[in-house]
Design a protein. Structure first.
Lengths: 114, 115
């Protein structure tokens, strides 16, 4: 079975600081990987996704993530955060084979101070 | 396209009451999901469907039922509401067929309180 671990549950940063949120998954086969963002009181929206190809994926709002297969990781990065990035971030994995279900991590709450 | 639409957005139920959370999508997605979100616990899968007429249990199905009579609609039924079902419920859908996949698209959520 696939599972996802997000190591940082709460992150507090000042504006312009760099961000890296960890995500590790457990599944031995080929995977599809996702990062979603949930702004306060809103639904989940896709930030970026990896299906195949270049392991460095660029998403919306200056976010990027790198798929490192040997480490089973898909960490999210942003070089300079803004107050508007305050949100909850979810990593998700789906095996690209037979599984029908994306599995989500528990989420990381990011607070950015102006 | 409206995407995934959930109704209602908010609801307060008394213990023992029943209700149906509605979910509809206009993207012709074959897969649909119901998740609940509790603080600090991420998303837990309640039920999912791989197509009209086919549903299956997820991680936390107890106390819920679903149906999928059409591709577009995937209602979630709570028969005897309990305080433990106080949560935010999200419906999601995605497309997957013959190697073509999309990410999951989420509805706006339904905040349910059982008192």
């Amino acid at each position: 079975a696939q599972s996802v671990s997000q190591h940082n549950h709460h992150v507090i940063l000042s504006e312009a600081a760099s961000l890296e949120l960890g995500c590790n998954y457990s599944y031995g086969g080929t995977v599809n990987l996702f990062w979603y963002v949930q702004y306060p009181g809103q639904h989940l929206q896709l930030l970026l996704k990896y299906f195949s190809g270049d392991p460095l994926v660029k998403g919306i709002k200056g976010f990027e993530a790198e798929f490192i297969k040997s480490k089973f990781s898909f960490n999210l990065r942003k070089p300079s955060v803004q107050w508007s990035d305050t949100a909850e971030y979810f990593c998700a994995v789906k095996s690209s084979g037979g599984s029908y279900i994306p599995t989500f991590g528990r989420g990381t709450s990011l607070i950015v101070h102006p | 396209n409206a995407g995934v639409t959930q109704t209602p957005k908010f609801r307060i139920l008394k213990i023992g009451q029943s209700m149906t959370l509605q979910c509809t999508q206009d993207m012709n997605h074959n897969y649909m999901y119901w998740y609940r979100q509790d603080p600090g616990m991420g998303l837990k899968l309640i039920y999912y469907s791989v197509g009209a007429g086919i549903t299956d249990k997820g991680e936390v199905p107890n106390g819920y039922n679903v149906s999928r009579s059409t591709t577009e609609d995937f209602p979630l039924r709570l028969e005897l509401a309990a305080p433990s079902q106080t949560s935010v419920y999200f419906c999601a859908s995605r497309f997957s067929l013959q190697g073509r996949n999309t990410e999951a698209f989420f509805g706006q959520g339904t905040r349910l309180t059982v008192v």
